[in-house]
Design a protein around this ligand. Structure first.
Ligand code: PMT
Length: 215
């Protein structure tokens, strides 16, 4: 099976020395990429900047901005059977990137932002992806409800919600605790190392894929 995984944060440049970003170490996405390889699949990992080593045998395309991630996904998703969007994509980017370092002249400054492409939201309608589509939802409240909104709004087969309000799970941590939001039900995976959660998620995603294929 060909599997696309997005991971890590994106960085949206303000000027040559500053950028906007989201929190993400890349650990969850890289663990998933590794687990799919371990299960015998081909993985294309499209990742924003992280400090992690690229897992062995993974095809890797590094990106920096949301626009770059969008372009790479648009180019490759057509040949994928499964696409899993773990990246913490910045939702807004500066309208203008200044060519020179902005001087700190005033006590306040305003930066005009514009929405980045919704890459997961483009998968079905814009990119025409018909395979198994899995999103993540990083939430600080109403985890299941917000994950379900993403499942429906972005036409996913599964959305994996994680509560990022606790330092023990979610961003940066080696552990996670997730809620699996399917179209017809919700399940939970309790706290475990991201590497273990990733193996469980691979089983779940492959099962969804098999069911889709046989229906
Ligand atoms: O990297 P770690 O430190 O291990 O942390 C893991 C994680 C918390 C980042 C990860 O488990 C996670 O929850 N990833 C999604 C983070 C997120 O930004 O979620 P969101 O609710 O903003 O986005 C929803 C979904 O749409 C995600 O699948 C995201 O990849 C995708 N998206 C969002 C915005 C955008 N412009 N394009 C997208 O594709």
């Amino acid at each position: 099976m060909n599997v696309l995984v997005t991971a890590g944060p994106t960085r949206e440049p303000i000027d040559p020395v500053r950028f906007l970003t989201n929190r993400s170490s890349g650990k969850m996405g890289y663990a998933l990429a590794h687990a799919f390889i371990h299960a015998g699949h081909h993985v294309l990992l499209v990742s924003g900047p992280t400090d992690l080593d690229v897992p062995d045998y993974v095809d890797f395309i590094p990106v920096t901005t949301a626009a770059e991630m969008n372009e790479v996904v648009a180019q490759h998703i057509g040949r994928m059977d499964i696409a899993v969007f773990v990246a913490a994509v910045a939702d807004y980017t500066p309208v203008l990137t200044e060519a020179q370092k902005i001087k700190k002249d005033g006590d306040r400054m305003t930066i005009e932002l514009v929405k980045t492409p919704d890459i997961l939201g483009s998968a079905r309608n814009t990119f025409g992806f018909g395979g198994t589509l899995v999103g993540f939802a990083a939430e600080t409240e109403n985890l299941e409800e917000n994950a379900r909104k993403k499942l429906v709004g972005k036409s996913c087969d599964l959305v994996i919600g994680n509560d990022v309000s606790s330092p023990a799970h979610g961003f940066d941590s080696d552990r996670n605790e997730v809620v699996l939001v399917y179209p017809d039900r919700t399940e939970f995976i309790s706290s475990a190392p991201k590497s273990e959660i990733a193996h469980d998620l691979v089983d779940v995603i492959l099962e969804i894929h098999r069911t889709k294929e046989s229906s």
